[in-house]
Each structure stands twice: as structure tokens, then as C-alpha cells.
Design a protein around this ligand. Structure first.
Ligand SMILES: [Zn+2]
Length: 401
């Protein structure tokens, strides 16, 4: 099955062909006129290539567009069944596997808990999740595999450089899984995938320069410069979480001290809360975990804050100030149009936003800050899935050239 689909996809093998397919996938249903405007290709080129892509079954014509006088335009949309993909999202406490088609329709979903496991066990679970997906009725025809992981990734080599929650260091995920499953594998950092998902499929695609910061168990980011994901020389750009914001700060998962991630992530939030409770401060959080202080999680702190707990709210303001330092650095370095905060912390927006903004207003350079938009997005993992599917589809098309 995979063979047949790849043969079809050969029609999308040229540079202009890929440009049109990507535009239709991300923006469809869309008219040929709008494709020409967005891609800079001439109308006859768009008509010619889209005809070939329709014949190959990669895109198809869609309903008639809105009538505004003159001829009604025929819209184009991507054929969602052009490829099935297997995606594995390696999260802090679990791995979720999906069989999803090119139209982002999830056909199967499986998951396994990975808490308290050794790095080899997590790797075995990843393989098992991918196997379950590939051998399922929905996944047998899969054309490629996509994997998202936390921590720095060298995407071109498919290497997980280090991943704090799994304990992986220099794990060649692409090599391992391609050997096991005989399908092309794309590996990406989850926050960069989230940035791409939000950027290509969200309301932000008119923006040229944007920074997406994911604040959860760690802090990662995706940097969009001139409409493209900035990857850096070693393919590791965006590790804002490991910029130092307090030289005397606590140990970070990377081995350094006082990184933004160690001061302002959910892990940091829990660390500061546990410390305060151990020092004898009272909080609703203690009763939520029934006195088991080691069981405190970020969600407990959010719940306590929502129920009026003063210490929880104070701890949130504390990490929010450091998050403000991180965002200030980003604003001063990139002078972006837009900064988006995503991840688990978004649930506590009403407790963190003002403290964060106060720091940014005080610290950011006026020339960098005056026109920046700061937004919160609760889309999260859905955007990670969209982003990795987009990357895998780009990869499939590049392979058929
Ligand atoms: Zn660090």
C-alpha cells in the first residue's frame, strides 16, 4: 500500500509542486488565484501543476467558493487519504501513538505510561507503541513515521541529544526506528513541532516573525523568522529554556544552574512549592496531596490557586517573574511581532500574566517591545501533532523527487 501511495506522490516531487501541495494542505480549501498570490507563482503555472496534482489524486476540487460576482471560483483541497502516518509523541509521563492521515484525521490512538522507567525501557515502549500503530488495520498502509520528543534534537540526523524525562542522551531515534520498521522517520523537538502546528494551521500565519514558547515540565521554543522555522547551524536553535536567568539558581535538567527552565517551568513551580511546604508554609496543596509532599504536581498548585490559596498564587507569581525575564530576553534579541506562550502554564494565566507583563514592561527595551503582541494559546498537543504531520508530509514529498 505504501508503495502505491508513494507512486502517486511522485507528481508532487518538484519544488513548485511541493509549494502548491503545502499551500493547499495548510490553507485549503483555497482558490488557484489565492495560491498564485501566496506562492508568487504565475496563474498558468498554478493551473498546470494543480491539474497534474488532481490527476494524481493528491489534491481535489472542492465546493464552489463564496459568490462575489463574475465566475464562481473552484476551490482546491488536499486529499486526506494520500498518506497514512504513524506518529509517536514522547511526553513527560507517557508516549502517545497515533495513526493519522494527511488531513490530520486521527484514526487510531494508543498510549503507555512511562513514569519512573529507565531510558532503555522508555525506548522499548516507544518501539512498542510504533509497532502497535504500524500493525493495526489503520496503520498497515502507513507511509512514514514521525516522532516528537522533549529536549534538544538534531532533526536532520534524527538524534535526541538529551531528553530530561526519558534520560536519553545522543539516541539515534531515526536510525533505530528506520531499521526496525523500514519506513522513513522524522524526529523533531516537541516545541518546534508545536510552533509549526500553531504557525501553519493557526491564526498566526500572516505574521513573519514569531516566537512560540512552550512552558510545561520544561521550557522549549520554536523561532519563526521570515516565515520559516529557524533551526540554527547545529539544528538545535530554540533552547530558550536553557538560557541562564539566575546564576545562583537551582540545578537544571541540562546540568547547568539557574536556567529559565529551572526557574520558570512547571518543574520549577513544583520545586519551589515543595521547598516552601517543607519549610512549614501552609497551603491547600498539602491537603490536596493528603500530606504526601512528594506527590505535588503543577495541576495541584493550579487547583489550589483557583480555590484561593495564597501560597499557590504567590509561587505562580514567582515563576511568572522569571518567565518575564525569559520573554524579555527573547523580545530584546529577536524584536518579534508576536510571542505566544503555550503549554500547561496557560491554565494559570490569570495568576501569571500580570507579574510577567510587569517584568517585561520594566526590562524590555522600548524599541523592541513597543509593537510586540503577547498571546497565550491553550492549543498545545494538538498543535504538536499538526506540526509533526506537516514535517512528515514535507519529508515524504522530498523523498519522491
Ligand atoms: Zn538548562
Amino acid at each position: 500500500m505504501a508503495e502505491i501511495m508513494n507512486t502517486n506522490l511522485k507528481a508532487a516531487g518538484g519544488v513548485n509542486e511541493a509549494l502548491i501541495v503545502n499551500t493547499v494542505r495548510r490553507r485549503g480549501p483555497i482558490s488557484r488565484v489565492d495560491i498564485a498570490k501566496l506562492t508568487g507563482l504565475t496563474a498558468p503555472t498554478v493551473t498546470n501543476i494543480s491539474g497534474k496534482l488532481i490527476d494524481a489524486g493528491i489534491i481535489s476540487t472542492y465546493m464552489i467558493g463564496e459568490y462575489s460576482g463574475g465566475r464562481r471560483p473552484v476551490l482546491l483541497k488536499a486529499n486526506p487519504e494520500v498518506a497514512n502516518l504513524v506518529i509517536a509523541d514522547v511526553r513527560s509521563k507517557e508516549i502517545i501513538g497515533y495513526v493519522v492521515n494527511a488531513g490530520l484525521e486521527v484514526k487510531k490512538q494508543v498510549s503507555q505510561n512511562t513514569q519512573h522507567l529507565e531510558k532503555d525501557e522508555v525506548l522499548a515502549i516507544l518501539e512498542d507503541i510504533i509497532r502497535q500503530c504500524c500493525s493495526s488495520a489503520e496503520g498497515q498502509s502507513a507511509s512514514a513515521i514521525g516522532i516528537t520528543v522533549r529536549g534538544p534534537v538534531r532533526s536532520t540526523e534524527g538524534l535526541s541529544l538529551f531528553s530530561p524525562t526519558t534520560g536519553w542522551r545522543n539516541v539515534p531515534l531515526k536510525f533505530i526506528m528506520e531499521e526496525r520498521f523500514h519506513l522513513p522517520v522524522v524526529v523533531e523537538n516537541d516545541m518546534r513541532a508545536m510552533a509549526l502546528g500553531l504557525y501553519y494551521y493557526g491564526p498566526y500565519r500572516e505574521v513573519k516573525n514569531a516566537i512560540f514558547m512552550g512552558v510545561g515540565g520544561g521550557i522549549g521554543s520554536g523561532i519563526i523568522l521570515n516565515g520559516e522555522l529557524y533551526r540554527g547551524l547545529g539544528d538545535s536553535a530554540g533552547e530558550i529554556g536553557h538560557s541562564v536567568v539566575d546564576i545562583d539558581g537551582p540545578l537544571c535538567s541540562c546540568g547547568n544552574y539557574g536556567c529559565l527552565e529551572a526557574m520558570a517551568s512547571e518543574t520549577a513551580l513544583v520545586y519551589f512549592m515543595v521547598k516552601a511546604v517543607k519549610e512549614g508554609r501552609s497551603s491547600l496543596v498539602s491537603s490536596i496531596v493528603e500530606g504526601n509532599i512528594e506527590a505535588i504536581r503543577a495541576e495541584h498548585i493550579y487547583t489550589a490557586a483557583e480555590e484561593g490559596d495564597a501560597l499557590a498564587a504567590r509561587m505562580l507569581r514567582h515563576v511568572a517573574r522569571y518567565l518575564g525575564f525569559g520573554v524579555t530576553n527573547v523580545i530584546n534579541i529577536f524584536n518579534p511581532e508576536l510571542v505566544i506562550i503555550g503549554g500547561g502554564i496557560v491554565r494559570a494565566r490569570r495568576f501569571v500574566e500580570e507579574a510577567m507583563l510587569q517584568v517585561i514592561r520594566e526590562r524590555a527595551l522600548e524599541s523592541c517591545f513597543s509593537n510586540v503582541r503577547l498571546e497565550f494559546s491553550s492549543v498545545g498537543r494538538e498543535a504538536v501533532l499538526k506540526g509533526i504531520v506537516d514535517l512528515v508530509m514535507q519529508n515524504i514529498m522530498a523523498l519522491t523527487k
